[in-house]
Design a protein around this ligand. Structure first.
Ligand SMILES: O=C(O)CCC(=O)C(=O)O
Length: 299
């Protein structure tokens, strides 16, 4: 059993499946703030927003809405709201303009402690480039650059790994987070009406059961008028692969009690942690020099 888990404690997790995302960034920020305050007033300790919560989702929108983190109105709102509500915020993602003059744009998550300080910055590592003929063709790489580090944030409840949407399809990220002592992987995401029904829940349950950790994915609500039809169905999965909470496609907030005892129980009952044969296939968390994205990480 990882000694890190011995220091974990229970908390209430809230996923805000945010609706009404308009072309007006300031209106989007105000609405997100209101919803975070609602979640906090209902006892949430950690509040999660969806991918691209401050602007419409689409390759043509990223350059239009991208902001440097140091002057970002979104970062300011999230920091102030974390403090006001006295909660941790895993702030979905926003299009970020690099500050090094390269013009690079990233799909970036920022996380905050209840004091309002940034405790993690994750740039989506795996860009969403797919082509399912007749269904969906999407190429984030047309306007975005992929991130180059993994992010595990420290909270008073324990360590949490984060990824963004398509990152969920790559089991190595969750595996490394679990081996590094994370109790959960949390993914702001925006699957669509083609791949959502195919894989959204399956991937979360797979990441949870493989690693015996909690997994949560927070989607935007579906907007019938938007160019990108989000799947919705924000979901929280327990360490046995059990769905703790889920929902349909409309705006809502879902909550779950995250109890690290559940991790201990499943790891005792089905002791994968003592049975892995790293002598045969190695331990991916030890083969690479993992950079953990804490605070602001400048290029
Ligand atoms: O993996 C998928 O099917 C969807 C991924 C996605 O929508 C994203 O990365 O934004």
């Amino acid at each position: 059993m990882s000694s890190v888990l011995a220091t974990c404690s229970p908390f209430k997790l809230a996923l805000v499946q945010l609706g009404n995302v308009t072309h007006d960034m300031h209106a989007n920020l105000e609405h997100a703030r209101t919803m975070i305050l609602v979640a906090a007033s209902r006892g949430a300790d950690v509040v999660v927003l969806p991918e691209c919560f401050n602007s419409p989702y689409g390759t043509s929108y990223f350059p239009q809405y991208a902001e440097p983190l140091s002057t970002s109105a979104s970062v300011k709102m999230l920091s102030e709201t974390a403090k006001e509500a006295n909660v941790y915020i895993i702030g979905g993602s926003i299009p970020e303009l690099a500050e090094d003059g390269s013009g690079a744009i990233y799909n970036t998550l920022t996380a905050y402690n209840p004091g309002g300080s940034i405790i993690g910055t994750h740039r989506k590592v795996h860009l969403f480039d797919i082509d399912v003929p007749g269904k969906i063709c999407f190429k984030e790489s047309e306007t975005l650059t992929g991130g180059s580090w993994l992010t595990h944030i420290d909270t008073r409840y324990g360590k949490i790994g984060v990824g963004i949407c398509y990152d969920m399809r790559f089991p190595e990220m969750a595996m490394i987070a679990a081996r590094k002592g994370c109790m959960a992987m949390i993914y702001p995401g925006a699957f669509n009406t083609t791949t959502g029904p195919m894989h959204w829940e399956l991937l979360q349950r797979a990441r949870a059961v493989d690693n015996q950790i909690f997994v949560a994915a927070c989607s935007p609500a579906r907007d019938p008028d938007a160019s990108y039809q989000a799947w919705g169905h924000s979901t929280i999965v327990g360490p046995s692969g059990n769905v703790l909470q889920t929902c349909e496609e409309n705006e809502t907030i879902i909550y779950a009690h995250i109890d690290p005892e559940e991790i201990k129980t499943i790891r005792t009952n089905i002791p994968l942690y003592e049975q892995r044969r790293f002598d045969i296939y190695g331990d991916v968390s030890k083969t690479v020099d993992i950079k953990e994205g804490k605070g602001f990480k400048r290029e």
